[in-house]
Ligand binder design. Structure first.
Ligand code: ADP
Ligand code: MG
Length: 263
C-alpha cells in the first residue's frame, strides 16, 4: 500500500479535529496499518491525548519543519498502540508560523520533511491548528487529501466556503493533486433536531463526500484524552470507539483498493 497522507482540517476550533486525528490514527493502527500522527497544533492536544508528556523539552514537528532534524529520528512510538508513532508538537511550534514567513519555500516545509523520510507508513494523519495559517497550509500542501470534521451545531457550515476557497487556492498554486477525503459529522446528537438539520444541509452540499458514519456525541470521547489514551484503549465498546473504528476500516479498504471509493 502506498502511503496516504490525510490532513484533518477546519479553521473552527472545537469541532473535533484532534479527537478525530487521535482516534482515527489509533483506529488505523488497530486495523493493521502502520500510521504516523503528526501534531501540527501548538496546543499539542494530540500529543498529550496519546499520553505523551508535553512539559518535557524535546524535539518535534517544529524541527522537522525547519529542516533541523529528520522525521525518522523525531517520531516517538505511541504508548500502548502498536504500529502507531507520533511526531509530537512542542513549545517551539508557537513561533513557527511567524518564523516561517520569511523562509524559502515556506509552504513546502512539511512536504520536504516527508520527502526526506526513508519511508512513510501506510497512513499519515495530520492534526491541524484552528486557523488557515501557514501551518495548515503546509499540511494541505503535503497531503493527498483533507478530511473535514463538521460539528453538528449552530453555524456548522459557516466558514465552510472559506475553507473551500482555501482548498481551491492550494490546488491551483501548491498541490494540484489535493482531494477531499470526506466530511465527517462529529458530536452528532440524534435527539437534537438541529443535528439532523446540519446533517441534511451537509449532505445536500457535499453529496456522498459526507461519510455515512457519523461520530456521536459521546462523553467517553471527551474523557479519554485526560487518561492519555485513545478511545479504543479507554473504552473500546463505546459508541465513539465503534464509530471511529468504522471510519478507520473504511479508509483502509478505500486505499487498499487504490482510491475508489466505498463510503
Ligand atoms: N464526539 C464527541 N463527543 C463528545 N465530546 C467530544 C466529541 N468530539 C470532541 N469532543 C470534545 O470537544 C472538545 C473539542 O474537540 P477537539 O477534538 O479538541 O476539537 P478541535 O481539535 O477541532 O479544536 C474537546 O473537549 C473534546 O473532548
Ligand atoms: Mg485540536
Amino acid at each position: 500500500m502506498a502511503s496516504r497522507i490525510i490532513c484533518i482540517a477546519n479553521q473552527k476550533g472545537g469541532v473535533g479535529k484532534t479527537t478525530t486525528s487521535v482516534n482515527l490514527a489509533a483506529g488505523l493502527a488497530l486495523e493493521g496499518a502502520e500510521t504516523l500522527l503528526v501534531d501540527l497544533d501548538p496546543q499539542a492536544n494530540a500529543t498529550s491525548g496519546l499520553g505523551i508528556d508535553t512539559t518535557v523539552q524535546r524535539r518535534g514537528v517544529y524541527h522537522a519543519l525547519l529542516g533541523m532534524d529528520d522525521l525518522d529520528r523525531l517520531r516517538l512510538p505511541a504508548p500502548e498502540v502498536e504500529r502507531l508513532s507520533i511526531l509530537p508538537a512542542n513549545q517551539d511550534l508557537f513561533g513557527a508560523e511567524v518564523e516561517l514567513v520569511d523562509a524559502i519555500a515556506r509552504e513546502f516545509r512539511l512536504k520536504e520533511a516527508f520527502g526526506r523520510a526513508a519511508r512513510l507508513p501506510d497512513f499519515v494523519i495530520i492534526d491541524c491548528p484552528p486557523s488557515l495559517g501557514l501551518l495548515t497550509i503546509n499540511a494541505l500542501t503535503a497531503a493527498h487529501s483533507i478530511l473535514v470534521p463538521l460539528q453538528c451545531e449552530y453555524y456548522a457550515l459557516e466558514g465552510i466556503s472559506q475553507l473551500t476557497r482555501t482548498i481551491q487556492l492550494i490546488q491551483r498554486r501548491l498541490n494540484p493533486g489535493l482531494t477531499l477525503e470526506g466530511v465527517l459529522l462529529t458530536m452528532f446528537d440524534a435527539r437534537n433536531n438541529l443535528a439532523h438539520q446540519v446533517s441534511e444541509e451537509a449532505r445536500a452540499h457535499f453529496g456522498d463526500l459526507v461519510f455515512e458514519t457519523v461520530i456521536p456525541r459521546n462523553v467517553r470521547l471527551s474523557e479519554s484524552p485526560s487518561f492519555g489514551r485513545s478511545i479504543h484503549h479507554y473504552d473500546k465498546s463505546s459508541r465513539g470507539a465503534l464509530a471511529y473504528r468504522d471510519v478507520a476500516r473504511l479508509l483502509v479498504q478505500r486505499h487498499r483498493q487504490g482510491g475508489e471509493h466505498p463510503r
